[in-house]
Design a binder for this molecule. Structure first.
Ligand code: ADP
Ligand code: MG
Length: 257
């Protein structure tokens, strides 16, 4: 069998005395969608930030495609700036808050990474940006500034901007939790389209129904550990661990009201 596209092994991360990721291992095959669920504070965001190297782990190993970085406590030497930028670019991150550049049009926001980091010629970057804006349904907003967009539209631009770097994997950290409820669907629709296209994705989400629908693998995190993982039919519909049952029970309670 082919090696997994993403291979996270024995990842450890502490902030001072607070050990946030204790020993996380996770494999993701090409084209798979992994949903990470779990209570607040369990380390979900930290895991995504470590995969993107926004946070540097103290132990373990991360492979994304052809690139592997080993973390060895205080002695971890990160690759040089260029290799680091390339590693980061291979993991497209979409945050809860959109972080668009406010002084740039939608089109410029999407072109900026390819032009400045990948050195893509401007005409090519613009053509690709327009194609991505069409994909997220916002081509007609190309010349708008972010403050003229709704939250759902901003988040779709943020997705196009991440895709513009041609990442190996897309990471979503609660991409819909800052949105008004009526805007959640349009963003989930875009994510669903990416899944259909075969994009490899790791989603941290509280949208349990959505996770069940799109995920190939669901990971339940608790206290910096993977408490349970497997296909959605098992982890969401038939959880084995008491902590998973308690966590999901809260959602079922809400849904039943
Ligand atoms: P989740 O996304 O599951 O809610 P987080 O990964 O955000 O969890 O946080 C897990 C723990 O790590 C929390 O106790 C949080 O306070 C701590 N933490 C996260 N980021 C930092 C940081 N930059 N500095 C110190 N502590 C942090
Ligand atoms: Mg979080």
């Amino acid at each position: 069998m082919a090696a997994p596209l993403i291979d996270i092994s024995k990842l450890k991360k502490a902030f001072g005395q607070n050990v946030v990721l204790k020993d996380i291992s996770l494999q993701v095959e090409r084209g798979q969608v992994v949903a990470i669920i779990g209570p607040s504070g369990s380390g979900k965001s930290t895991l995504l930030r470590c995969i993107n190297l926004l946070s540097v782990p103290q132990g373990g190993r991360i492979t994304v495609g052809e690139q592997t970085i080993e973390f060895n406590g205080v002695h971890t030497t990160l690759p040089n700036e260029r290799a680091l930028a390339r590693f980061r670019a291979s993991t497209g991150m979409v945050f809860q808050h959109f972080n668009l550049f406010p002084h740039m049009t939608v089109l410029r926001n999407v072109m900026e990474g390819p032009v400045t980091v990948l050195k893509t010629p401007k005409a090519q970057a613009e053509a690709e940006a327009r194609a991505l804006l069409a994909k997220v349904g916002l081509l007609e907003r190309a010349d708008y500034f972010p403050d003229k967009l709704s939250g759902g539209q901003k988040q779709r631009v943020a997705i196009a901007r991440a895709l513009a770097m041609k990442p190996t994997v897309m990471l979503f950290d609660e991409a819909t939790s800052a949105l008004d409820p009526e805007l959640v669907g349009e963003v989930l629709g875009v994510i669903k389209g990416l899944a259909k296209d075969g994009m490899t994705m790791i989603l941290v989400t509280h949208e349990i129904g959505f996770a069940r629908e799109v995920a190939d693998q669901v990971v339940f995190m608790r206290d910096g550990l993977v408490a349970e993982s497997g296909p959605p039919e098992r982890v969401i519909d038939n959880p084995q661990e008491a902590s998973t049952q308690a966590f999901l029970g809260r959602f079922k309670g809400v849904a039943a009201q």
